[in-house]
Each structure stands twice: as structure tokens, then as C-alpha cells.
Design a protein around this ligand. Sequence first.
Ligand code: NAD
Length: 346
Amino acid sequence: EPCDRTLLVTGGAGFVGSSFVELAVARGARVIVLDALTYAGRRDNLREALASGRAELVVGDICDGALVRGLLAAHRPDAIVNFAAESHVDRSIAGPDAFVRTNVVGAATLLGAALEHWRGQDPAAAARFRHVQISTDEVFGALGPTGAFDESSPVAPSSPYSASKASADHLTCAWHHTFGLPTIITHCSNNYGPRQYPEKLIPLMIARALAGEPLPVYGDGGNVRDWIHVRDHSHGVWLALTRGRPGRSYCLGGHAERRNLDIVRTLCRHLDELRARADGRPHADGITFVTDRPGHDWRYAIDDTRARRELGFECSYDFDEGLRDTVRWYLDHPAWLRPAHEEDLR
Ligand code: NAD
């Protein structure tokens, strides 16, 4: 459906945010991206959106309340969609402070500015306004072999990353219940697709395999994640923004549960087909099992019945095809596999 909304998309130069910006621009929205361009954000992720003339990038921090209020006053957006976050679990174990700052204080800064902006609008604009907080299935903690998370699952985060995301969710709910701000929260499972920073499982394994380096798998590789294509996630966020009910949260899943070891083996198989190793051996020979991540959640799965019923959400990517296309994309874009800072991967 076409759209004449103006959106402030924070964290829009990252992996998921830039996919959402592309989708929003294609639907006719005008987008102001606010992104600090940390190691994970790249201006180049927005190349097509910026070229369309319907998006602009403001480089800045969501913790900067004056900057956020200035952008809201200048552009009077119909929504804020917050993707800005520190997003890597391993980094949150090595250094949690940045996670508390951006994911908690930053989210609260946005909520405070959103409330002022919303209260200052005329009734029609205020009724239209939405504040969308992008969350994760990780806030619900770990599952056993059966069952799935839904919107009523207890919040029980395990890592500093998921705890910071859960904190932002609580704040977002409080701004709705206490102040009436029309908020929406989405909880999505693991994303895959083009332009993911090469610290995350899929691009990291591809990068290491291509470099002939060992492929480190945590524990016995048995941890299970549900995988969704980043464009399906973006589509779900768009539906939550345009059709969601204020005060509600929506779980978005990919219906593709896979063990980490199976992901790595599948990547190796695709790589074998597309690019042989210099020594002629299968890429899977590089798999090595390393000490498990502390507090590693065993399994995540999502029941997205609410999003299907209320938003008409459906995934359009088949996981196995989507993963193969993703491997091809990284092979065609080797520059994406080089981290901004080499030491990031050590
Ligand atoms: P990412 O790390 O690729 O991107 C994060 C973006 O936020 C970057 O562009 C970065 O520059 C920006 N940013 C960081 N700190 C900032 C600050 N203080 N001010 C402004 N911008 C800042 O992360 P991603 O994978 O694209 O995830 C985006 C959002 O989606 C996150 O909130 C994450 O929790 C959520 N999410 C991601 C996944 C996934 O699998 N990738 C799954 C579910 C939910």
C-alpha cells in the first residue's frame, strides 16, 4: 500500500535498518535516518535509498536528546522506528556498558523526545503517530526442545545484550501505559541476508571459510535459532507500523529452526558448489568446536500467530533458497566481508 508518511528511522544505516529504509522508500515514505555510524553502520548501506532523493542521513547519536528533539521539530515525522542498537551478544559479554548506553539510555531518550513531539501535535497528527521499538526474541530467554515464544511469554533475558533490549521494551511499555504514547514493539528472530556485519554467524563463517581459516562453532553446535530473511523482517516491521495497534507487541518469526552446526555445514556445502577451497578439500573440514559462549541460550522459536492474524504477516523467502542467495551475495560483494576494524574479529 502506498504511503505518504515521514519516518525518523534510527539505526537505519545498519543491517536491518537499511533494509527497512529501502522498503519504506519503495513504499513512498520520506525517511530521515539518524545513525551514529558505529563500526556496524555504513553510509554505503543506504546508497540506493539516498540516491532516490526520498531519504537523508543525519550522523548522530540517539542519546543526544537535543539533536533528536531538533530533528522531530524540523521534520515532524509521523513515526519513529528505532533500530539503533549495539547488537552483538559476544561484544555485550566483553563490554556491556555501550549496550546499556545505546540500547537503554538511547531508547529512553527517544521515548522522551517522542512524547514531547506527540503531545505537541494537532489531534489528527497525534492519532497517526507511532513509536516503534525494534526488539528481539532473545528477551524471552531460552526454550527447551519444544514450544515457542509469543507475546505473552515471560521476559527472561540471559545476556547483557538481551537484558538491555528487554529494558528498552519495558520502558516502551511504560511510556504507553503511563503517558499514552502510541508505541508498538516487534520481537523478531535471527535475521540473515545481504549486508550483515561480518561478526555475525553467517557472514563470519563465509569470510573465514574464504580466507581458509578455521570455522569456530560454539559448544557442540546444537543451539537452535529460528532464521528469517532480513527483508521479511522489514516487511513485518512495516506492517506493525501501518496496521499495528498502539500498546501492542508483535512476534515475527521465520519458521526455519536450524541448529548452528547445520547452518555452518549448509554454508560450507553452498561454498563448495560456488567456490572450491585452494587445497581442494571441503570447506566443512575447517569446522572446529570451541568453548561455548557463557549463558548461551539453547533454543529460540517464535509463534507469530498474532502478527499473521492482526497484521497479515507472512514470510516470502524460503530459508534454504534465501541462504544460498545470501552466500552468492557475499561472494559477489567481498568488500562486505572485511570488517571495518580487523581486530573486531579477534
Ligand atoms: P547492526 O549492529 O547491524 O546496526 C545497528 C545500527 O545502529 C548501526 O547502523 C549503528 O551505527 C547504529 N547505532 C548504534 N549505536 C547508535 C547510537 N547510539 N545512536 C545512533 N545509531 C547507533 O544491528 P542490526 O542487526 O541491524 O539490528 C538492528 C535492530 O534490530 C537492533 O535493535 C536489534 O536488536 C534488532 N534485531 C536484530 C536481529 C538480527 O538478527 N540482526 C534480530 C532481531 C532484532
